[in-house]
Design a protein around this ligand. Structure first.
Ligand code: PEP
Length: 249
C-alpha cells in the first residue's frame, strides 16, 4: 500500500567526484523494491539526473524558495529544481529552520510552491532535546505538522520525515518506542486532517543517525515507511545495506 522510501540527504557535501557514488548505488540497487531518492547539492542535480536517467534512482533538492522567480539572490525556485531533474524537495529540515530561521509558515509556503512545480514535498518535523526532556515532543510535532503542511496535501505530493533534532548527525537515536509513538501520532494526525485514505497511503520517514547497523530495527517499527538519511547516504557502501534492510522489512 505504501512503497518504502530510502531518501539520502547529501547536505553541503559533494563535488563532481561524488557522482561516482551515484553510479555505484545504481549498479548495486538496480533490483531494489524500495524507492530510492538522493538529494545532492543543487550544483550536481543536472549531472546526477543524466547519470540516473535510465535507473530506478530519483533525485531531489534540499530546499526551494516559495516564489517562482524574482529578486532572491542565492535562492532556487521549485521550477528550477524540477527542470534540473528533481522529482522531490526536502523542506523544513532542522538545519534550515536553525540556520535560516525558517518557520513552519515558511515551510508551508515552500510546500505549496513545490506542489505547483510538480515536486513532492518531503516535510521535516522534529523536536529539540530540550523539548523532548520537557515532555513536549508530541505537542511540538503536532504544532509543526499543523502549520508546515498546507491544505491540499496528498499521498503523492507529500512525504513526512520525523527527524528529532538531537538525533541528526549525533549518533544518538531515539528508542524504538519513542519513534513508534511519534509515527503513530503522525498517522493519526494525517487521518484527522486529511482523511483515512490519505493517512493510509502517505509515507512517514524516520531520520536521525540511521546507519547500516540500526536500520533493520528502525524499519520494523510501527508506521515507519523508510528513512531520510544524511551521513550514511554519502557512500554507496553505507547506503546500500540501509536500502537492503528496508527492502527486507
Ligand atoms: C538528515 O540530515 O536529515 C539526517 C538525518 O542526518 P544523519 O543521518 O547524518 O543524522
Amino acid at each position: 500500500m505504501r512503497q518504502k522510501l530510502a531518501a539520502g540527504n547529501w547536505k553541503m557535501n559533494g563535488t563532481g567526484a561524488a557522482l561516482a557514488e551515484l553510479e555505484a548505488l545504481i549498479q548495486t540497487q538496480s533490483a531494489a523494491k524500495s524507492e530510492i531518492l538522493i538529494c545532492p547539492p543543487a550544483t550536481l542535480l543536472s549531472r546526477a539526473a543524466d547519470i540516473a536517467s535510465e535507473s530506478n534512482l530519483s533525485l531531489g533538492g534540499q530546499d526551494c524558495h516559495a516564489a517562482s522567480s524574482g529578486a532572491h539572490t542565492g535562492d532556487l525556485s521549485a521550477q528550477m529544481l524540477k527542470e534540473a531533474g528533481a522529482t522531490s524537495v526536502i523542506l523544513g529540515h532542522s538545519e534550515r529552520r536553525a540556520d535560516h530561521n525558517e518557520t513552519s509558515e515558511t515551510v508551508a509556503a515552500k510546500a505549496a510552491a513545490a506542489w505547483g512545480a510538480g515536486l513532492t514535498a518531503i516535510v521535516c518535523l522534529g523536536e529539540t532535546l530540550a523539548e523532548r526532556e520537557a515532555g513536549d515532543t508530541l505537542q511540538i510535532i503536532g504544532a509543526q505538522f499543523a502549520t508546515s503542511l498546507p491544505d491540499g496535501a496528498t499521498a503523492k505530493n507529500t512525504v513526512i520525515a520525523y527527524e528529532p533534532v538531537w538525533a541528526i548527525g549525533t549518533g544518538k537515536v531515539p528508542s524504538l518506542a519513542q519513534i513508534a509513538e511519534v509515527h503513530d501520532f503522525l498517522r493519526a494526525e494525517l487521518s484527522t486532517r486529511f482523511g483515512a485514505e490519505m493517512a493510509a497511503t502517505t509515507r512517514l520517514l524516520y531520520g536521525g543517525s540511521v546507519k547500516p547497523g540500526n536500520a533493520s530495527d528502525i524499519f520494523t517499527t510501527s508506521n515507519v515507511d523508510g528513512a531520510l538519511v544524511g551521513g550514511a547516504s554519502l557512500k554507496a557502501e553505507d547506503f546500500s545495506p540501509i536500502i537492503a534492510a528496508l527492502d527486507a522489512s
